[in-house]
Structures are given as structure tokens and as C-alpha cells.
Design a protein around this ligand. Sequence first.
Ligand SMILES: Nc1nc2c(ncn2[C@@H]2O[C@H](COP(=O)(O)OP(=O)(O)O)[C@@H](O)[C@H]2O)c(=O)[nH]1
Ligand SMILES: [Mg+2]
Length: 429
Amino acid sequence: MRKNSDKIFALATKKSKSAIALFRLSGSTSIKSITKIINKKTIKEKTPTVCYILNKNKEIIDQVIITVFKKPKSYTGEEMVEISCHGSVAIINKINETLIANNFRTAEPGEFTKRALLNDKLTVLEAESINDIVNAETENQRRIAIKNFTGGLEEFVENISTKTMKLLADVEAIIDFVDEELPKDLYKKIKEQKKNIVNLLEKTIEQSLLSKEIFSGYTITLIGKPNTGKSSFINYINNKEISIVTNIPGTTTDLVTSILDINGNKYTFIDTAGIRKYRNLIEKIGIEKSLKSAKKSDLNIIFLKNKEKNSYKSIKNKIFVKSKFDINKIKIKGIHNISSKSGYGVKNLLNKISKKLENNVIEDTIFSRERHVNSLKKALISLKKTNFKEIDISAENIRNSLTSIRGINQKFDIEEILDIIFSDFCIGK
Ligand SMILES: Nc1nc2c(ncn2[C@@H]2O[C@H](COP(=O)(O)OP(=O)(O)O)[C@@H](O)[C@H]2O)c(=O)[nH]1
Ligand SMILES: [Mg+2]
């Protein structure tokens, strides 16, 4: 049985050769356990201490820096230890083995953050934002994640909860008052309050849905005849050889994918097989894949050999490009000239693409998760049902709406929420 109080550990850095690797340990008696496998009897709290870590025969594994955090002043709220060792795979393996021999077990993905949440060191929204921070691949993803972590979402939830509570109080006042005593304009006031909240919810849901692109990004397929410079282009923008370039037509047969951050957003570029009469089955499949990819992508860059624009009438969302401008300096209207040798026109092209696809940068609150958006939608439905005719039912609807909104940042249904939140966490976080 996995218990929430077991002593757990994880390598928080990547298991590969690097300058430093970091282990994290958490759970009661972690500090006592660590002093059994180092050459020091005690370690001062929050003071990085240089020492040796030893195997069961008391032989030195590595020189390390140990930092201990006492309960509750740690990330998880439990006793914690951090071990910084040299980033060698052999050392990492040996420390791993030693920790297991000393009754630590490997942490599950997100288990440190889960404990932090259970021990009230983090709110639900903070825990989710931490995962978004770790997963951020582009500047806009990072910006939204850190804004959400530092209180953007909590503030929104607070604000809209307060507004809804006020509305509920006013509606409940109607139940308590006899008709003659009702303040004038009360109905007008509560209708306005409701409209206000409905508008705010609708705007936030709409923006949160728009923000999907910020996380999933845009897909761009490169299409064209063989030898028009598609693979050279994908290599140029990535600054490395990710696709094979030759002057032999038909070199690229499968889809080659690369991810790029342009102006803060995520773009997936797909290099494809050149479109021509195929010479063999592999090429045939490749060409079919190219056309399928073109159908699904947000934008297609069509690489032209000459002026064969008309051959691509069936392809939607496209920009025409002619490469090799360094050796062929002919400009044609409506065709963007570039060179993957000199870089001519590439920056312009990327800017043009991002202008064509991107929404205006959203500065307001953005909920990035389905769980949040579903709660907002539920709240909106309950509120929209409220017509203030049967006042008891109206109060009940507003109460339901409030429950949905508060649910975004509350720990009830804890196991269910934890499963959703931590399903995509990485180990060591
Ligand atoms: N001078 C010049 N040659 C290029 C440029 N782009 C591609 N080539 C050459 O054109 C040939 C075909 O390029 P490649 O990128 O494989 O085309 P693909 O078949 O469309 O992927 C190769 O010999 C490249 O070196 C360019 O911008 N300038
Ligand atoms: Mg190619």
C-alpha cells in the first residue's frame, strides 16, 4: 500500500550526464535517515552542507551538498532533504540504490506537490499552475502559468465568488422581507448584478477557450514539388539538420516534425514528401501523408518551383513561397521570396505567419484547464436559469453557481481532483 506518509525520493533533474544532479527526499524521519548514510552526524536546517554520501560498506559514493528542511517549513510541509551530487549516471544509480536500501521509495509523478496540497502548503490552483510552469515550452505559456501561480486565478475566483455572494444575499433578503418593505429598485438591482456576473463568466470562458492555441500551438505544413527547398527551410529555422537535404528528388518520404517558439507561441512545422507523380509505394504513401497533413494544419507554406500556384487550389490556408532567392532573384507578386542559404526573407515570413494566425495577446485571466472551464460553464448555466420569478428556486440556482465557482480552488472531492491534477505531472515535482 502506498501511503501519504511514506518516505519518498526522486531525482528532480534529468538522468543523463550533467554538471549537477538533484535528489529530493520527503517524509517523516527523512533527516534522521540521511544522517545514517553521510559522514556527518547532524546537519543545520536550510544550510547547504558539503559532505560525503556513503554506501552500506561506508565507502564514499560521491561528495555532495545536503540541505535539510524541517517540518512544516518545506515544499511538502514534511521533513525534506535535498542532495546535490555530481551529475553522472553511475553516481545517480548508486545513490538511488542506497536510498532504496534505507527505506525510501520512489515517488510517483507529482507526489511531492500532492503532499504539499494535502498539507495546505499550496492551493489547488497553485498546484495546477506549478505543473503548467514546468511544462511551459513557449514564452506565452510561461507568462500565463506564472501569472496564474502568483494569484491571477485565485483573485478571479475570489472576485466572482464575492459578487455572487452579494447577489445571493440580496435575493435572500427578498425572501425575508414582506412585499411592502422591499427596498425600491431591488429587482432592477439584482437583475443588473446577475447580468454583470453572466458577462464576466462568458468573457472568461471565451478567452479561456481561445487560449487553447497558446498551449496546443499552431501546426504548419510545408508542401511543394521535390527540390523546392522545404527540408532546407525547416533545417534553417531550427538551426540544425532535422530533415535530410539532397538534390535528389524524393528524399523526404515521411513527415518530419519540429517545434519552434515564434513571438512567444508554439509552432509545429511539418516537412513533407514532395508532391509529384510517385515512383514507388513509399513515395506514394509519403505524398498521401503530405496532403492529409495539409488538410489538418492551421496554415500551409507552399514552396513553388516556378509559378505553379494553380496546382494547389484544393489546399486551404496557404502562403506561397519561393526559396533559393540567393541564386534566382526574380520577384513575383503574391509569392514570398526566401533563401535558406543566406536567410533572406525568412524572418519576414515567420512574422507574416504569426500575424496571420495569432490572437491578440490576452492579458486578462485565462483558465488553461478543462476542469476550470467546465466549472465556469456549470456556474454560468445555473446563473442563467435564474429568473427571479420563483425566488426560492432563484436562490438555489445562485447557490449552485457559487458552489461551482468555489470548486475551482477547493479541496473537496479531494481524491477525484488529485487524480485529474496529477495525472500529467513529472516525477520529482
Ligand atoms: N542556393 C540555394 N539552394 C537551396 C536552397 N534551399 C535548398 N537548396 C538546395 O536545393 C536542393 C533541394 O533542397 P531540399 O531542401 O532537399 O528540397 P525539398 O525536396 O523541397 O525538401 C538541395 O540541393 C539544397 O541544397 C536555397 O535557399 N538556396
Ligand atoms: Mg525534402
